[in-house]
Design a protein around this ligand. Structure first.
Ligand SMILES: Nc1ncnc2c1ncn2[C@@H]1O[C@H](COP(=O)(O)OP(=O)(O)O)[C@@H](O)[C@H]1O
Ligand code: SF4
Ligand SMILES: [Mg+2]
Length: 313
């Protein structure tokens, strides 16, 4: 499949009183049409900022994002307006950005209203959307607070789908849900991807969540991608110590117990003054002299499996 999104040397620095927050710091990757790229890492590593950059909710400090081969920075008003239909985002809490006094039906139909669809057609479209995401038509006139978490997320998904997008950033969409509900929502997202030919960037702090839904996974640490690989590869042959540490938190099948693993200690260092060289050196059990002096480049070790570590051969 052709590339839908190409990201080149993307950076986002947030100026704050103490300096610049290096939220995303020279990140490059691609997402093919119809593919799901999982983006994982601890909280504060720059995942949401990356997602927001891709759909132009915020502007990059530097670097390029190409959408269908077109540089987003050079798009005119009309093209950007069109992009607003093509790109959507699903949040952990779908109602953080939604008016609680609007009914479910109105909420889902809001983007259609903004884009000028008349009332009658809008209601029909919303009915169809609700069916698509498994919401009973009875819920049309209910209010957000009357729904449980899983149904609320279905409303968030229906709303994101309303303008028939091509690309959706799923930002921790199941992180607030019970495990049993999580898999229902993940299955729904996967089904919708197939029927609607969607492309996803799927963001999560939890590797076990992205495992099944992702075709490829990129692991992010302090604004950088430290490892990326086809999903199965990343789990079978985890190369970067940070990825291994994240995996240690995931239950793994018995056969795999040999994998060298350790538990992460301490928090993520400040992204205002990130560690020199390899940003992971302050927490890495393998750290050597060179690690604090030289940044390891992200290089392909074959089969599309890239890793940034001086120690990995
Ligand atoms: N608008 C902002 N102003 C200042 N700092 C920000 C802003 N948005 C995010 N950050 C900081 O950028 C870093 C990355 O944040 P984020 O992308 O939300 O990480 P993640 O989604 O991986 O938890 C964090 O240190 C966060 O505090
Ligand atoms: S480059 Fe060094 S500090 Fe960084 S992950 Fe590899 S061994 Fe650890
Ligand atoms: Mg986030």
């Amino acid at each position: 499949m052709p590339e839908l999104i190409v990201v080149e040397n993307l950076r986002k620095y947030f100026p704050v009183a103490a300096g610049n927050v290096h939220a995303v710091d020279d990140v490059s990757f691609t997402i093919d049409e119809g593919e799901t790229l999982g983006l994982v890492g601890e909280s504060g590593c720059g995942k949401s900022t990356t997602g927001r950059l891709l759909i132009r909710l915020i502007e990059p400090t530097s670097g390029r994002i190409l959408y269908r081969g077109r540089d987003m920075a050079s798009m005119d008003k009309q093209e950007l307006h069109g992009l607003r239909k093509e790109m959507q985002i699903i949040f952990q809490d779908p109602f953080s950005s939604i008016d609680p006094r609007k009914s479910i039906g109105e909420t889902i139909g809001k983007p259609l209203e903004i884009f000028g669809m008349g009332r009658k057609e809008r209601e029909e479209t919303v009915d169809a959307l609700m069916e698509k995401v498994g919401l009973s038509p009875r819920l049309y006139y209910k209010y957000p607070h009357e729904l449980d978490g899983g149904r609320r997320q279905r409303v968030g998904i229906a709303r994101a789908l309303s303008l028939s997008p091509s690309f959706i950033v799923c930002d921790e969409p199941v992180s607030a849900l019970d495990v049993s509900i999580q898999s229902q929502i993940l299955n729904l997202l996967q089904e919708l991807q197939e029927t609607m030919k969607l492309t996803y960037l799927f963001v999560s702090h939890d590797l076990s969540v992205v495992k099944h839904i992702s075709d490829r996974i990129a692991v992010m640490y302090l604004g950088k991608i430290v490892e990326s690989a086809p999903s199965l590869d990343l789990f079978r042959n985890t190369l970067h110590p940070y990825s291994q540490a994240l995996l240690a938190a995931v239950p793994i099948p018995k056969l795999n117990r040999k994998r060298e693993r350790f538990i992460l200690s301490g928090g993520v260092p400040s992204p205002i003054n990130p560690p020199t060289g390899c940003r992971f050196h302050t927490r890495c059990p393998w750290t050597m002299d060179i690690c604090s002096q030289q940044e390891p480049p992200l290089t392909d070790r074959g089969g599309g499996h890239s890793v940034a570590c001086h120690k990995v051969p």
